[in-house]
Structure formats: C-alpha cells, structure tokens
Design a protein around this ligand. Structure first.
Ligand SMILES: Cc1ncc(COP(=O)(O)O)c(C=O)c1O
Length: 411
C-alpha cells in the first residue's frame, strides 16, 4: 500500500483539462480527434428529438388528462427543480437495470457532471470528509471536488479497491478524518476503459457497509457494452441485499447525445436532519440545485422522456445496435495498432488494452518508446490524443510513465 497522498485543489494546468477535452474538436477542426468522450456524429440525430416531444405530449395528455396547449406551456416555463421526467426515468431504470426506485428519489441534472457536483456539495463536511477516487480519475470529479472544497485521496492504479478502502479508513481515523465516499466508474471507465468484476463489486460493497462509506457510481458508458455478459450495477447489488449505500449517476450523453445535457442522480438514501427527521438525499440535492441551475431544461427533458416512452422505457435494443457500431471501431483500432506497432509491442515498448465497452483505450508506453515514430504517425493524419496528465490525481510518478490515452471512436 502506498502512503496516502491527499490532494486538495488542482495541479497547474489541470483546470484547463476538462475544457480542453470538451472543446478540442472545435479548436482543431481539421484533425482526427481521439480526445473527448464524444459519440460518433453519425449516431447523433437532433431532428429525431422533435418526434420524441410529440410522443411525450401524447403520453402525458392521456395520462394526466391535460390539454395539448397546457403541455407545451409547461415545457416553456420554470419547472420542478428535481425534473419533470423522474417517473419515466424510474421505469426506465427498472426495465434496463433491474433496480426499483421511487420517482422522488431522482433528480434530473444538466448532464451527470452537475449530478456529481451536487452530490459532493450535499454529502461532504469539508473540514473532515475525504473522497476516494481511483488514480487516474475522470477529470470531471477531481475538478468538481476542488471547486466544492472536498479533499480527495487517490487509490493507486494497481491497488484492489476494496482492500484499499480498509487501509484508507484506518489512515483517516489516525488523522481525525473520515472517508465519506468512494467515486467509481465501474463500467468501461474514463480514462482506463476498465470495469470491475462482480466479485470486486460485491467485495467493495461489503467494505462500504462495514465502514459506513457511500459509493458514488458514475455510469455513463454502461450502455456501450461489447460483451454479452452484463455485470449488475453496484446499485442493483446494493439493493439486492437491502444496503442503500450507492448513489447512482446516469447520463444520456453517450447513448443519445451530449447536446441534450440530460443526466440524473438516484439518491434514495435517507439522511437524518438536525430535527431528527429522516429525508431522502434527493431532497437536499434538489435544494442545492435550485441555487446552482434552478432546473434542467424541461424542453430537453421532454425529448428524452418522449424517446423513453416511445421505446417502452427500455433502450436496450438501441444500445445493442450502438454497441455493435463501436465494437467494430474498437476492432479496427486494435488491428491498426497491431499493424503499426507489432515490433514495439513484442519488445515491450508499448502495450494497449482491449476494452469490453465504452469509448476509451489507453496505450501504455515505456521510456524507450520511439517518439519520432509517434510524431510521424500524427503528422500525415493530423490526429490528436490525450496525454494522461489531466487525469492523474497525484501527478506523474517515476513508476508510471505518462500514458497516451486514445479512443477508438474516430478511426
Ligand atoms: C466518467 C464520466 N462521467 C461523467 C461525464 C459527463 O457526462 P455528462 O455529459 O452527462 O455531463 C463524462 C463525460 O465524458 C465521463 O466520462
């Protein structure tokens, strides 16, 4: 186990990290970009959204017995802070993920980026609490933690998460701190592309119960899965044993389109207030959200809601088609790497993984990796990739050479 290295605030240049990932495609329009977690353009159809709106209008008019005009007016107004499609989302989660939650435990957010920020603000006592994140971590969580004033402790790359939790809890107690939560992307993580096995998930939950630690499960890539085996979400495993320790963050950015900016948080755990009364964490998230963004665009929520109604609340069939498309791209990228770097791979100068879903596939390179060859590869195609710097929580260590993280998305 490595000694704990606490981080608070961002390293120089890290603040620019998410902005760069978000805007790289616009900043370098001529380049083939392997940078951001953007879905392929050909899978994005804004035009389809109009028909989804009509679908929701029909559904609600029948269900709520309202006039057509009232439906459209409602969409143009300020609306419920927690969102207008929570009931539809609850049905969708039951259909596709098998867990049952009430509509009032869901808060619809401006992407799951907002969901993670609200969760940190609601859950953490900044003077005492610590968030554990895997290192490297999605830059959106480390940046949010820095802005929210939450200390993070990194889980070293090769460490088993559940065992590290025991160690971190012990270290925290010695320093008068408390491990409040662990943040994970258990399926096809950004940036490593890796997933937790079912036994790793169960072991983690068992430790979380023992130490009274919450698990923040961020799962935007779950719907892009290349294998037939689907591992249950942490949330489902938690619910199966009556645990209620998992806060689930979802997003429609990867399986529909990021331009909709629709994400959500399932926060069905109960918290005791000073008055002794228990209430859903979702209520607290809603109160905070009202000061952060008031609400999530009802028009955009209605588009997603309409699609879900049209699909019978399940996106599993369309996700299968989408996954087949990305699986083909992964295979193309792996073949290209094999062709271009067979010798270097044999000599151990470069290696890459074979992800079973999501958008990311890191390349690890040793210090002997031929830079000029890499530069040469980039030149004729004007292609850019992401160095792992912004994702590293404690920075580049001598043990770990900076890896080159690429996506296969844009081959
Ligand atoms: C792990 C992870 N979480 C959250 C997000 C943000 O998702 P959204 O577009 O729903 O805000 C991303 C985007 O790349 C991501 O990779």
């Amino acid at each position: 186990m490595e000694p704990i290295r606490s981080t608070f605030g961002l390293r120089p240049g890290q603040m620019e990290g998410l902005n760069f990932l978000n805007e790289a495609t616009y900043r370098y329009p001529g380049a083939v970009s392997f940078v951001a977690g953007r879905p392929a353009d050909r899978l994005v159809s804004v035009r389809a959204c109009y028909s989804w709106l009509s679908e929701l209008s029909k559904y609600w008019r029948t269900k709520n017995k309202i006039e057509n005009g009232a439906f459209w007016h409602e969409l143009g107004q300020y609306s419920a802070t927690a969102g207008i499609i929570c009931e539809i989302l609850a049905k969708h989660l039951e259909c596709d993920e098998g867990f049952r939650v009430s509509a009032d435990s869901i808060v619809v957010t401006n992407g799951c980026q907002e969901a993670m920020f609200l969760t940190l603000l609601a859950l953490f006592d900044r003077d005492r609490d610590v968030l554990l994140v895997q290192d490297p971590a999605y830059v959106g969580i480390t940046g949010s933690a820095a802005i929210a004033g939450v200390s993070i402790w990194p889980i070293p790359e090769d460490e088993e998460v559940s065992a590290f939790l025991d160690f971190a809890v012990d270290q925290a107690a010695k320093r008068n701190r408390r491990i409040r939560a662990i943040y994970l992307v258990p399926d096809h993580s950004n940036p490593t592309g890796s997933s937790l096995s079912e036994s790793q998930r169960s072991a983690l939950l068992e430790r979380a119960y023992r130490h009274h630690v919450y698990v923040i499960e961020d799962n935007p890539y779950r719907s892009i899965c290349f294998s037939t085996e689907r591992i249950p979400t942490l949330k489902l495993l938690d619910q199966a044993v009556g645990g209620n320790r998992v806060i689930y963050l979802g997003s429609f950015s990867k399986c529909l389109m990021p331009g909709l900016r629709i994400g959500y948080v399932v926060a069905d755990l109960l918290r005791h207030q000073a008055t002794g009364k228990a209430e859903l964490l979702a209520n607290e998230l809603g109160r905070i959200k009202s000061f952060v963004s008031l609400t999530t665009s009802p028009v955009l929520q209605a588009m997603v809601g309409g699609l879900l109604v049209k699909a019978g609340f399940s996106l599993s069939t369309s996700n299968e088609k989408r996954s087949a498309f990305y699986r083909e791209r992964r295979d193309t990228m792996l073949e290209a790497l094999e062709k271009a770097f067979r010798r270097e791979a044999r000599e151990g100068a470069i290696s890459w993984s074979r992800p079973e879903g999501g958008f990311f596939r890191p390349n690890a390179r040793s210090s002997e990796f031929p830079y000029e060859r890499r530069a040469g590869m980039r030149q004729p195609f004007s292609c850019h990739c992401v160095p792992d710097g912004p994702f590293l929580v404690v920075g580049i260590s001598p043990k770990r050479n900076s890896a080159l993280i690429q996506q296969y998305r844009t081959c």
